[in-house]
Design a protein around this ligand. Structure first.
Ligand SMILES: [Zn+2]
Length: 442
């Protein structure tokens, strides 16, 4: 009885919190309630099993499983408390869940202070190669040269408006990584009066690395540690077992898109919204299809991201300037290379860019990806350049080149700027565990 009442009450509160405060995790729907109810009743039942041995087993199980699922070691204590004093355990468990949900980043988009300013939206799709771009939107984009073949230095360039050779950020050393200085896009727009919000994923775009600078509201999906996310994790596991396509990665992207959609629906005037989704990056994380052709998996992931973005792109009000682009490409076997961050090559550096809501005079030939936000959002001139300075091979921070139509000519970085390394601390371990540091170059 206690278990059912506790589980039901918690599920209901979770639903209310999820509906009232969608930034708690993912946009919550009433249809989610039955599954959520089932999950919490199950947890509460395990904690209140009558026999000591059963309670011991379930308490240990929960103490092991919950911290993994919910991302915080505190949940282990609750599992143990539940096995010793069941009712107190359930109560503590529910309070902890509510507290964690309550304390999570709120949707805090403030009123636009300068509604006369045109709405601006930057959508970055991770790991999208230029030649796979039509799979995303079905139309040919502008070709841009990214500053670097992986997220951190490439997105530093997008936000700072200078090449990675110039800003020197994203060079990995013994303890951490170099972080560049300078005013970022959101900071510059804020000075103009924009109210900025961001919905992002990818550990390299975490606030610790400076990507939240200038944003009034910055929500990174890694901060979703609350019970609403638990439901998606359970769904993910279930779909793996039943052989359906697991969609945890896609669920996160869809959640980010739906949260950005809320901004769009409120009206874009005077706002700058940044959305980053990871879809194409995750094409090899699909265990159901191991053995399938890698290129096909990649193309499928790109297509899915296009489907995820379709409704949002349609909903963006006219008059909003939209820049949709990628941070870097992906090697799909060219020169025996796979992945990204491993080479200065067109496969990893050529990215697509689409501009909507304004006409941007385009020069012949590729443009610098780091020139695009300034051109679309700040009215700076956009020209094509015969040569692009590129760098950012992981494990070889001194490697740089000038990319031109005829190839890559080595560039000497010895005169380059030297920046202090930011000690990543525990984040380094997380990045390694997720495979974001030491990406295999096989
Ligand atoms: Zn990336």
């Amino acid at each position: 009885m206690w278990a059912v009442a506790g589980g039901a009450g918690f599920a209901l509160l979770e639903g209310l919190l999820g509906l009232l405060r969608p930034a708690q995790g993912v946009a919550y729907q009433w249809l989610d309630l039955p599954l959520s109810l089932l999950g919490w009743v199950l947890v509460a039942t395990l904690l209140s099993l009558p026999r000591h041995g059963e309670r011991l087993a379930s308490g240990v199980l929960l103490a092991l499983v919950l911290p993994v699922l919910l991302g915080s070691p505190w949940w282990a204590l609750l599992g143990l408390l539940g096995l010793v004093i069941p009712k107190v355990g359930i109560a503590a468990f529910a309070s902890m869940g509510l507290l964690s949900a309550w304390l999570h980043p709120r949707e805090s988009l403030e009123q636009a202070t300068h509604p006369e300013l045109p709405g601006l939206m930057l959508i970055t799709v991770d790991t999208l190669r230029f030649d796979h771009a039509p799979g995303l939107l079905g139309q040919l984009p502008v070709q841009a040269v990214s500053a670097a073949p992986w997220t951190l230095p490439a997105m530093d360039s997008v936000m700072l408006g200078v090449s990675a050779v110039e800003h020197g950020g994203g060079r990995e050393g013994e303890t951490g990584v170099t972080r560049p200085k300078g005013a970022r896009l959101a900071e510059r727009l804020k000075e103009q009066g924009y109210v900025n919000s961001a919905w992002v994923c990818n550990p390299h775009l975490r606030p610790e690395l400076g990507f939240d600078r200038g944003f009034e509201s910055f929500v990174h999906s890694d901060t979703w540690r609350d019970p609403v996310l638990l439901r998606f994790l359970v769904q993910d596991r279930m779909q793996r077992w039943t052989g359906e396509i697991p969609h945890m990665w896609r669920a996160r992207d869809q959640a980010l898109v739906s949260l950005a959609m809320r901004d769009v629906e409120r009206g874009m005037e005077g706002r700058f919204v940044w959305l980053h989704i990871l879809g194409p990056h995750e094409y090899l994380r699909d265990p159901v299809q191991v053995g399938a052709d890698t290129g096909e998996l990649y193309a499928l992931a790109v297509e899915r991201s296009g489907n995820d973005l379709a409704a949002l792109l349609q909903a963006i009000p006219s008059g909003t300037r939209v820049l949709l682009m990628s941070d870097h490409g992906e090697s799909l076997g060219e020169g025996g290379l796979w992945g990204h961050g491993t080479d200065l090559s067109d496969a990893q550096l050529l990215v697509p860019a689409w501009v909507m809501g304004m006409s941007l005079p385009m020069a012949e030939g590729p443009v610098f990806s780091w020139d695009l936000p300034g051109a679309v959002f700040e009215g700076q001139a956009l020209t094509s350049h015969p040569q692009a300075p590129v760098t950012g091979v992981r494990g070889d921070p001194q490697r740089a080149a000038l990319r031109s139509a005829s190839g890559y000519q080595a560039l000497d970085l010895s005169q380059g700027i030297v920046l202090d390394e930011l000690d990543l601390g525990p984040l380094k371990g997380q990045l390694e565990a997720l495979g974001y540091i030491g990406f295999p170059s096989d």
